[in-house]
Design a protein around this ligand. Structure first.
Ligand code: SF4
Length: 219
């Protein structure tokens, strides 16, 4: 049975949080944990890495649906893919968790920190680290680096996976029947995941067709 959540408090006695969100499945548990702890927060959706636009819109709409359900402010930021591809130039064949991903997290957190600075948020965090597929230290290093550009800003490196958070992430995804993305997000992760699937006798990814359900095999 999944453990209970602990009561959360923002660092430095801050009164509100800007939460960068990558998608509904990753942010579902983070959002419910913050709501349960009565923490004031807004969702910041800035993910120009996601390709193609069809996939981007599905992931974003799922996140908006869940935010609206809980009356959480949702900030829909730019889909400035040209900038993302410009920064990814030369890193097209890097593996996941490598330097392209550091660039990708840096870019998303830099924009989050800028918005936080301009709108009076002293603390930022992200749902990215809850996924077991990600390197939490790599994400935290990027978040801390982005926040360090502003005096008095802090990246909250809370471990959202602990105390059963990683399990609840799946439970919530099933309960809410979230869209189940099958690759990290960028065109290169789509390419590499398809290559892996084909070399293992599986079909290529079909966008927009897979949703979590009580019957989903992921646990
Ligand atoms: S694999 Fe994921 S984290 Fe890495 S560059 Fe692509 S979208 Fe960004």
């Amino acid at each position: 049975m999944t453990k209970q959540r602990e009561k959360l408090q923002l660092p430095d006695h801050a009164n509100k949080l800007l939460l960068h969100s990558c998608c509904a499945p990753c942010s579902g548990e983070v959002m419910e944990a913050l709501i349960e702890s009565e923490i004031d927060f807004s969702i910041f959706f800035y993910n120009p890495n996601i390709h193609p636009v069809k996939e981007y819109l599905i992931r974003k709409e799922e996140n908006i649906r869940f935010a609206e359900k809980h009356h959480i402010p949702f900030i829909d930021c730019d889909y400035d893919t040209d900038n993302w591809f410009a920064r990814a130039k030369g890193m097209e064949d890097e593996p996941e968790k490598g330097i392209r991903c550091t660039m990708c997290f840096d870019m998303r957190f830099e924009r989050t920190a800028l918005y936080a600075h301009e709108h009076g948020f002293k603390v930022i965090s992200s749902s990215l680290g809850i996924s077991r597929w990600k390197n939490m230290k790599q994400i935290n290093d990027c978040g801390i680096r982005a926040a360090s550009h502003y005096p008095d800003m802090m990246y909250w490196d809370y471990n959202w996976r602990k105390n059963g958070g990683a399990n609840r992430m799946i439970e919530i995804s099933k309960r809410e029947e979230f869209y189940q993305q099958e690759y990290c997000g960028c065109v290169y992760s789509l390419r590499d995941t398809n290559r892996w699937r084909m070399s293992n006798g599986r079909d290529r990814i079909k966008l927009g067709v897979k949703f979590y359900s009580a019957m989903s095999d992921e646990s």
